[in-house]
Design a protein around this ligand. Sequence first.
Ligand SMILES: NC(=O)c1ccc[n+]([C@@H]2O[C@H](COP(=O)([O-])OP(=O)(O)OC[C@H]3O[C@@H](n4cnc5c(N)ncnc54)[C@H](OP(=O)(O)O)[C@@H]3O)[C@@H](O)[C@H]2O)c1
Length: 306
Amino acid sequence: MKTIAITGVLGYSGRYIAQEARRRGWRVVGLTNSAGRLGNPEGWELRPMPWSTKECVLAGVDVLINTYWVRFSYGGGKHAAFSHEEAVRNTHSLFAAAQQAGVGRTIHTSITCPDATSALPYFRGKAELEAALEASGLPHSILRPAVLFGDSAQESILINNMAWSLRHLPAVATFGWGNYELQPLHVQDFAEAALDEAEQTAQHRIIHATGTERYSFRELWKLLAHAMGIRRFILPVPGSIGYAATSVLGYFMNDIMLTRDEIRGLCENRLAVPGSGIGIRPLSQWVNRHADALGRTYESELARRR
Ligand SMILES: NC(=O)c1ccc[n+]([C@@H]2O[C@H](COP(=O)([O-])OP(=O)(O)OC[C@H]3O[C@@H](n4cnc5c(N)ncnc54)[C@H](OP(=O)(O)O)[C@@H]3O)[C@@H](O)[C@H]2O)c1
């Protein structure tokens, strides 16, 4: 039986990838630093991330799938600090460990529109890591998702918290005119794409892991509101005002709802690419199925790291 190591096996997409790998007959090794914090309800074989131990945690691993990343940099306070710079450094260590252990194939999760020249550390860091993986000589595939959703309403932070805003606020807003696009992909479609790539043999592949449906930000509000049977004004506001409003909401919810950089990334149209997308689980069907559960509770990114 071949062995696959998956980072973030206790997190969001990593858990779906691990379940899909188990279904396809792989022996799964989960890499995580959160076993103490989150427990291990699904009973995965767990090892620490390679940057937190001197152990050779990738020994005997045929394929590595990496989902590790941090959504934004955070200075600490109630929760531990984390940053994009640290995530980039750690991912370099992960690739070095894969090289050292002779891992046969690496599947790395990036983002739509990575860009080495971007002012946004998320997109710049992802571009640096794609280049590092290519330079490493490791046979690899790079998955570039835009936004993931599914399986439950609560797991889909962005979509759920948009729905929460529709339920709790008298009006919602777009940053600018809201005509920039998003191509959300169901997390199970993402997991299946990751495993398909694990079974590939090509030296270097890039997969645009975006869904088959695309929505402008304004259309996404409308899709959600319509499915939930809620009527709200959708106001176009300057990005700075929108950021101030989400910061106030975040303050009351003990969270960072959206960062200034995330709003900028959206407005720069970085969460969509040309082309028809992958997957068989369209957002519109999923939203209709989960309309009643969506937005019932606020989902906090920071609480997930507590
Ligand atoms: N979710 C989306 O909508 C989306 C959209 C576009 C691209 N992506 C990309 O897809 C990949 C997976 O996303 P995901 O949402 O499934 O990730 P996730 O589960 O939130 O995070 C994956 C793993 O990264 C580590 N991690 C996350 N935040 C951390 C923090 N603040 N400090 C330290 N470690 C942290 C955790 O490892 P431990 O197990 O050690 O805790 C976690 O299990 C990422 O590379 C992301 O950039 C995701």
